[in-house]
Ligand binder design. Structure first.
Ligand code: PLP
Length: 368
């Protein structure tokens, strides 16, 4: 099995990391998207209040949790009519991304599509299942041989690209004509920086404007790790096609893939409270503005980066050279080649550092 999986790419950053760590002014790690701000009190209180968890929790989640997630889709994602029976909590979304092709029973005859510059776990999930991973810039690339499963990621990691309503609707039509399951990974949706969308989130695959309330063959995957600083809780969910979700549920029951009870209650508190999400968004907005201005001022180009926790930036040279230049200033960024050949000249710069560190990184970027 391990022969099917790629080497863990972070090992190749060891030398750049050592250089950055030796910088006298202090090491600033902008290579990973791990939240640095505290988990909101409302979430921690819910977790603590559920610490008596002597019995097994439901794999499916309690009805109140599934109803709250359905209400969240209506309130925050313009997706009305999400059936609470088509909602399922999962143990962080990485776990779900890695296992979905296997749970769907895909194998050597099946392809799994995903974006050209992508979060590596779509590829890994296809490999775990023994299926064929196919990075694709657009659905046209598949020609007559459609994949069984197509991953979308909007807003995208690493690019910050947002897929609009029209684009998503087109993909849904294409997929339905070919019986392709579309799973849309949407964990950065609350962090959309485009002008005029402050009260909205990035469009979901389940948005009424995209699928007119018909969720057949569609799954929206969402994580609380980023929007609620809950990466350590492992709290995420999937919603959409009821029959598909029931299939996933049956598998997960057999395999014991259960979200712990205190985490289920914390997840419930998090999806019912929009205030902490707005507060966190403001923190990232400040950090993003500071870093983006510093990059612009020092001659970098940022592409996409319309939403999410990363700046997808380039100096028009191989990404490893850029990583080394940043490391010499004590800053570690992720090389674009981690995310596929399409990222060969980009680096991914995360906004997940303290205000003080981001201020310092911006100063180092602009000081020659
Ligand atoms: C696109 C994308 N999907 C999924 C995940 C996994 O998130 P988690 O497992 O914390 O829910 C990440 C984390 O960085 C991500 O960027």
């Amino acid at each position: 099995m391990s022969r099917r999986l790629p080497d863990f790419p972070w090992d190749t950053l060891a030398a750049a990391k050592a250089t950055a760590q030796a910088y006298p002014g202090g090491f600033i790690d902008l290579s990973v998207g791990t939240p640095v701000d505290p988990t909101p009190q409302v979430v921690r209180d819910a977790l603590a209040a559920a610490s008596d968890a002597h019995g097994y929790p439901q794999v499916w989640g309690t009805p109140d949790l599934r109803e709250a997630i359905s209400a969240w889709f209506a309130r925050r994602r313009n997706a009305h009519g999400v059936d609470p029976d088509g909602v399922l909590p999962v143990v962080g979304s990485k776990e779900f991304v890695a296992w979905l092709p296997t749970i769907l029973g895909l194998g050597p005859d099946d392809a799994v599509g995903f974006p050209e510059a992508a979060y590596p776990t779509y590829d890994v999930g296809a490999r775990i299942a023994g299926a064929r991973p196919v990075p694709a810039a657009s659905t046209v690339q598949f020609g007559p041989s459609a994949p069984k499963l197509l991953w979308l990621n909007t807003p995208g990691n690493p690019t910050g690209q947002v897929l609009g309503v029209e684009h998503l609707a087109k993909v849904v039509r294409w997929a339905r004509e070919r019986g392709v399951i579309v799973a849309s990974d949407e964990c950065y949706s609350e962090l959309d920086w485009r002008e005029g969308v402050d009260d909205l989130t990035t469009p979901s695959i389940l948005d009424d404007r995209v699928c007119a309330g018909d969720h057949t063959g569609l799954l929206s995957v969402y994580s609380l790790s980023k929007q609620s600083n809950m990466a350590g809780y492992r709290a995420a969910f999937v919603a959409g096609d009821r029959d598909l979700v029931q299939q996933l549920l049956a598998f997960r029951k057999h395999a014991g893939m259960i979200v712990p009870w205190p985490v289920q209650r914390a997840l419930l508190a998090a999806v019912q409270d929009d205030a902490h999400v707005a507060e966190q968004k403001e923190r990232y907005r400040r950090r993003r503005a500071m870093l983006k201005a510093a990059l612009n001022e020092s001659g970098w180009r940022t592409d996409y980066s319309d939403a999410g926790l990363y700046l997808w930036a380039t100096k028009g040279q191989p990404c490893r050279a850029t990583v080394d230049e940043l490391a010499a200033k004590g800053i570690l960024a992720a090389p674009g080649d981690f995310y596929g050949a399409a990222g060969a000249e980009h680096v991914r710069i995360a906004l997940t550092a303290s205000d003080e560190q981001i201020t310092s990184a911006a100063q180092r970027l602009t000081s020659g």
